[in-house]
Design a binder for this molecule. Sequence first.
Ligand SMILES: [Zn+2]
Length: 225
Amino acid sequence: MNKQFIITVLVSLFSVNAAAVTVHLDVSETPELAEWGKQAKELVEQWYQRTVNLMPTEGFLAPSEIKLKIKKADGGVAWTVGPNITVASSWAEKHPEDIGCVYHEMVHVIQSYKGYTSAKAPGWLVEGIADYMRWAIYEGKPQKWFPPVNKPQGYKTGYQVTGGFLLWLESGQCPGIVKKLNTAIRKGTYEDELFEKEAGKPLDALWVDYLKARKTPPKDNKKKV
Ligand SMILES: [Zn+2]
């Protein structure tokens, strides 16, 4: 190895490891969950920049500081306001394996959408994108893992149901659509028609196609001759 090569390797290693985000962990109310909090903090540190990179918008800069608080609370799971993530202690205690809920909240920080549950940032899609990122990208779940909801406009269910629909679109019908939806919501230009523009069919019709694709093949009841 020559010197120049070694320097190049060192420089690239340094840039990969450079912290893209500073996470301020607060377990002051829940010292018994300090270890869980530390793991959650590491998850954000490891996944933040690569997730930001998967959700780019020209001119957009994701927050560089996140507050992660494990709050003494008896109900709820986790919630995010701006760059502040809060996890309820009761959830972390009862579901210590569900560290990925922090990934979902981290996606909300990255989304940085203004407004929520408005027509320009419909709640089902905001949560569907966060769950697509968590379950399909971070957890690596296959299509069959995602629960379909067999009803018209079932995509409005949000979370894992919408996440599965987005995975199906990304996997064949319309690769790259999540990036486009994300950018449109960020810019406040989202409309349901964006699905038709990108995927060639209205949203409701795409959902029908999705359900067809997810249906188990009908059983052959005819006697074999
Ligand atoms: Zn959420």
